[in-house]
Design a protein around this ligand. Structure first.
Ligand SMILES: [Zn+2]
Length: 506
């Protein structure tokens, strides 16, 4: 097994599989020997114990089951050979620990060095760029744009003189070059390789000057000689990711691992390596919409609740400078059942449209369909409307949708949802110049939420004249916006219903 030769992003379309040379083989073998030294010869042959591993969450069971008890996914449990997996190995490797110096809590610490990509929305989610010596996982549905964004980031960094290595196990070098040309990035000095064996990849990376950033696309295609399981299984994906994470720590390079979220569970999902890496980002959005959201779910070096918003264009993913304007772009202002929610995503206020449709149900058990919000939260809002506000709504079919494919996690959306529901139920549109935010309590009260001032300023910036929310603190309200403060949900419901009756009478 010899190291690969990197291919420049610019070059002839030719396969590189025959690039390994004999003389390089000897040089590169030393690090591999070191790397494999914990696995004695014959160890792999010694025992082949199998166990049943969930490909979605990595949970172990003693027998095959149709459903994983740990994560609830169906059909994800696969028999795997586990004897040489993570943590396995000869006892002798555990001996011979050496003492390390203990340090005081107080002391000066350098801030982590980062590679800033220059793609603002990506840097925002990572907390200012990829941290050198860290491993980052970028997960998402296949085809959502992970490879495109990373190729753009690689090209931007390479142009500024960084050493960037892009290893693809999914595509041949020629395909990556074609993609780079489509994105008009074909002439950037990115180093490419098409390889899936972890030992070969590591030998290649250790051969030559250390890279600043290594992109591995994707972890599911990787396999290592150290374990016997098939590529794509939990054991393979974990062991491979562990080896690359260790390489990041040792070499000081930032390593980005791409992980496909797979629905059927036949391939191990990115979740099984989440705990191994320093940061986890997920790409959201669906192919029917042009925009994509990059969400941080774990970050040892920064905040986790930031999102980056991108728009898919012919030249790759474009940053969206003003996401609120994008999400409200196609709003039907005069439709009943539509309310604008003034939300927060991390440190950034973001406005979006909540749409509700309430229609009489022919079914004994009415339908509830929710897209972009928590369905148990909807049940709670409905129960409060029914019990505390005396609104007869429960027997209807109810559809709730957050426009544009955005996912909202904030309880602050309660009030916008309640307003949209009542608007649809009464058939009267809400004032289109208002935004709504506030958490609803089980007792029927409207609770104030954090960052009210920021939400109001964002609404004002986008031309909204009023806001409906809970009681605000002094100094929360910027000048020039009319704020309706409601302590009780019933009060607001009364107002919306009365407005509907006035409109009907006119
Ligand atoms: Zn599971």
């Amino acid at each position: 097994m010899g190291p690969l030769e990197f291919s420049p992003a610019k070059g002839e379309m030719r396969s590189v599989t025959a690039a390994a040379g004999c003389s390089l083989f000897v040089l590169a073998f030393a690090p591999i020997v070191g790397y494999l030294s914990s696995t004695p010869p014959g160890h792999l042959m010694a025992r082949t114990k199998t166990s049943y591993v969930c490909q979605a969450c990595g949970a172990l069971t003693t027998k095959w089951q149709g459903r994983c008890e740990a994560c609830g996914e169906w059909n994800t449990i696969v028999e795997e050979i586990v004897d040489s997996g993570v943590g396995a190995g000869p006892k002798s490797a555990m001996a011979g620990g050496r003492p390390i110096e203990l340090l005081p809590l107080a002391g000066e610490t350098e801030t982590a060095a980062r590679v800033e990509t220059g793609i603002g929305e990506l840097d925002r989610v990572t907390g200012g760029g990829f941290v050198m010596g860290s491993a980052v996982l970028i997960g998402g549905d296949p085809g959502i744009g992970k490879s495109t964004l990373l190729l753009q980031a690689a090209a931007a960094l390479a142009e500024r003189g960084r050493r960037i290595v892009y290893v693809s196990g999914e595509e041949a070098v020629a395909q990556i070059r074609l993609r780079a040309q489509r994105l008009e990035l074909g002439d950037r000095p990115v180093l490419l390789a098409s390889e899936t064996n972890v030992e070969i990849i590591l030998a290649t990376l250790q051969n030559g000057p250390p890279p600043d950033l290594v992109i591995i696309d994707s972890i599911q295609t990787l396999w290592t000689d150290r374990v016997e399981s098939a590529p794509g299984t939990v054991t393979q994906v974990r062991t491979s990711a562990q080896a690359l994470t260790r390489f990041a720590k040792k070499s000081g390079a930032a390593v980005v691992l791409v992980g496909h979220v797979t629905k059927d569970g036949q391939i191990a999902g990115p979740r099984v390596v989440e705990h191994l890496v320093d940061a986890v980002l997920y790409f959201e959005g669906d192919s029917s919409h042009t925009f994509r959201i990059l969400r941080g779910v774990k970050n040892r070096y920064g905040a986790t609740d930031e999102i980056g918003v991108f728009e898919m264009s012919t030249l790759g993913l474009r940053e969206v400078a003003n996401p609120s304007a994008l999400f409200l772009d196609q709003r039907d202002k005069d439709a009943a059942g539509s309310a604008v929610f003034a939300g927060m995503e991390g440190t950034r206020p973001m406005l979006c449209e909540v749409q509700a449709l309430v229609s009489p149900s022919p079914l004994g058990t009415p339908r509830r369909a929710v897209i972009g919000w928590d369905s148990s939260r909807l049940s709670m809002v409905l129960a409060v409307l029914e019990t505390r506000c005396g609104v007869r709504i429960g027997a209807n079919d109810i559809y709730l949708n957050v426009a544009g494919g955005l996912k909202i996690n904030e309880p602050a959306a309660d009030l916008a949802v309640a307003a949209a529901l009542i608007s649809s139920l009464t058939g009267s549109p809400l004032p289109s110049s208002n935004v709504y935010f506030g958490e609803i309590s089980l007792a029927g009260g409207v609770r104030p939420v954090a960052h009210a001032a920021q939400r109001l300023r964002e609404a004002q910036k986008l031309g909204f004249l009023g806001a409906v929310t809970g009681r605000l603190g002094k100094g929360d309200v910027p000048n020039g916006i009319a704020v309706g403060e409601y302590a009780e949900l019933a009060e607001l419901i009364g107002r919306i219903a009365a407005r509907g009756q006035r409109q009907a009478a006119e």
